[in-house]
Write a protein that binds this ligand. Structure first.
Ligand code: SAM
Length: 179
């Protein structure tokens, strides 16, 4: 079985987008407890690095870092471990909520923006970025940024995600490169 229910969401997304395949280099942001990494490995991925604030029980051949993604040293460390530019950056990161709706929303959006900036900085041309996102408020700017850099940007709402009503996933495919 999978370590998380989130694995079923990524499975649905990947059934459509076919990103997880042998030979693909993958980064998994917010990897704990490891469900997405498990699914990637099950679908034939061997080059995968993940990071989380929390430790993740080993999932060979994945390399898993216990670190804060917003630490400026984290991105370079992930790429060093991966040994080259990723084909796919995945992010399921979600900060702990403080219970104040607006504050929580802004913190989530800041994390999504950090993941998007990283993806744009490191992806191979043709690459893809998939991130947990939330309907409403402040998503306009990051969506516009992704539309500049990817040929296709869409919202996906996996059936396995129904319970958490405002949760959606944003999938940006066809990275145009850094010119
Ligand atoms: N995709 C995972 C799976 O299938 O097992 C579930 C991820 S869970 C919904 C969100 C994770 O994001 C948490 O484990 C949390 O610790 C992590 N997270 C939140 N902020 C982070 C940060 N700044 N750096 C790294 N991980 C972070």
């Amino acid at each position: 079985g999978y370590r998380s229910r989130a694995a079923f969401k990524l499975a649905e997304i990947d059934d459509r987008l076919k990103l997880l395949r042998p030979g693909a280099r993958i980064v998994d942001l917010g990897a704990a407890p490891g469900g997405w990494t498990q699914l990637a490995i099950e679908r034939g991925v061997t080059d995968i690095v993940g990071v989380d604030l929390l430790p993740v029980d080993p999932l060979p051949p994945a390399q898993l870092l216990e670190m804060d993604f917003t630490d400026p040293a984290c991105g370079p460390k992930l790429i060093e471990l991966l040994g080259g530019a990723p084909d796919v950056v995945l992010s399921d990161m979600a900060p702990n909520t403080v219970g104040h709706r607006k504050t929580d929303h802004l913190r989530i959006v800041a994390l999504i923006e950090a993941a998007a900036d990283f993806a744009i900085e490191v992806l191979k041309p043709g690459g893809a970025f998939v991130t947990k996102a939330f309907q409403g408020g402040e998503m306009g700017e990051v969506t516009a940024l992704l539309k500049q850099h990817f040929t296709d940007v869409r919202n996906l709402k996996p059936k396995a995600s129904r319970a958490e009503s405002s949760e959606v996933y944003l999938a940006a495919t066809g990275f145009k490169g850094r010119g």
